[in-house]
Design a protein around this ligand. Structure first.
Ligand code: 13P
Ligand code: SF4
Length: 353
């Protein structure tokens, strides 16, 4: 790493003072995370963005859907900057607004739209969040998916079924693992097939309509990885993110968001062993922070999130220095007509009990 980049980032932050607030997701590189004022999972970062009205510029070291959500939750005079516009999320790209409108039409045709509550994972475009808001649904993250489903099915909202977008694994793991629904209650809607590949009766009878989307990083973990690590490290605690496949989650000891994973490892006694199934920057950071604990990556191969990794020191310095010059680059703005309904769905998430 070029030490001059760290000096330039520090100088730019100093020159900007309280005008800039840098948010860093836990999957960011170590050298970038060193400049974050706050680090967190998607939920905490959304809360933090909303809680800083004094910051003129929010530099979001994360991916595009997170920066969009920050723009929606902040005041109009605040600018949200994503240091590299190519930092997207392949999972979020698996549901387009057109596909989701088509799915809703399919539900209408099947007589299944009434009683269906859309619940969209934070990892989705602002347009999908707006669809969710228009149909009185909610956004969720991996740290509140259970509460989101309980709200959707509970007396306040009174849903008979949920359309869960776009991560089938988070939806399935939460519905079956935390709400006690069964595999028979869940169907998978494939946006590439007519009517999602489902019959009208299947749409009507389902309690969970899971969008056919997944995370390519967490999709790499398999049940074999879990069995192999248990054989190799006796007494190991297997700790995974709920974006992992169902058979990985059922084979694990603990499951939760990035913030939860950090808390579990930080609070464990010296000598504990963990095999962690989530993005590698975070796992390596935990291993470096706890030399007295045995922390291994659940997969044997390297598994970074390539889009999270696009935010690197050259891009961070470029973004911060553009703010010092008064010529901001890479501002993320969501059109007002989209933002209004997306905000409704985000506010519903922030209001979950
Ligand atoms: P968290 O909300 O757990 O930080 O997860 C975000 C994400 O993109 C996981 O892939
Ligand atoms: Fe998207 Fe997966 Fe990367 Fe998270 S880890 S940002 S879900 S591609």
């Amino acid at each position: 790493a070029d030490p001059r980049l760290a000096e330039r980032a520090a100088a730019a932050k100093e020159a900007l003072g309280g005008k800039v607030f840098v948010l860093g997701h836990h999957y960011q590189r170590d050298d970038v995370i060193a400049f974050a004022d706050v680090t967190g999972d998607s939920f905490k970062l959304a809360q933090q963005a909303a809680a800083r009205p004094e910051a003129e510029h929010i530099v979001f070291c994360g991916v595009h859907f997170m920066a969009e959500s920050a723009d929606i939750l902040t005041a109009p005079h605040q600018q949200v900057i994503l240091p590299d516009l190519a930092a997207g999320c392949s999972m979020a790209d698996m549901a387009t607004a057109e596909q989701v409108e088509q799915a809703w039409d399919d539900l209408l045709d099947a007589g299944a739209a009434e009683g269906t509550v859309p619940v969209t994972y934070m990892n989705s475009s602002a347009a999908i969040k707006a669809f969710t808001g228009r149909h009185d649904g909610t956004v969720c993250t991996s740290s509140n998916a259970r509460r989101a489903l309980e709200w959707a099915f509970g007396p306040e909202r009174g849903g008979r079924r949920v359309l869960f977008l776009p991560d089938q694994h988070l939806g399935r793991n939460t519905a079956i693992g935390e709400l006690g629904l069964t595999a028979a209650d869940c169907v998978v809607y494939d946006p590439r097939r007519p009517n999602g590949g489902l019959t009208p009766a299947q749409l009507r009878d389902a309690k969970m309509i899971l969008w056919r989307g997944h995370c390519s990083v967490h999709g790499r973990f398999t049940r074999e990885c879990v069995d192999e690590v248990r054989a190799r490290i006796p007494g190991v605690t297997v700790l995974v993110h709920p974006e992992c496949k169902r058979e990985v989650v059922t084979g694990a000891d603990l499951v939760g968001s990035t913030e939860y994973i950090i808390k579990v490892v930080d609070e464990a006694p010296a000598g504990s062993s963990f095999a962690i199934g989530t993005e590698l920057n975070l796992v390596q950071r935990l291993a470096n922070r706890h030399p007295d604990k045995n922390i291994v990556f659940l997969d044997r191969t390297v598994c970074f999130c390539s889009t999270m990794n696009r935010i690197d020191m050259p891009h961070l310095v470029w973004a911060l220095e553009s703010l010092v010059r008064g010529e901001p680059v890479n501002r993320i703005t969501v059109a007002p007509e989209v933002a209004t309904y997306a905000r409704k769905a985000l506010d519903q998430m922030l209001a979950l009990p």
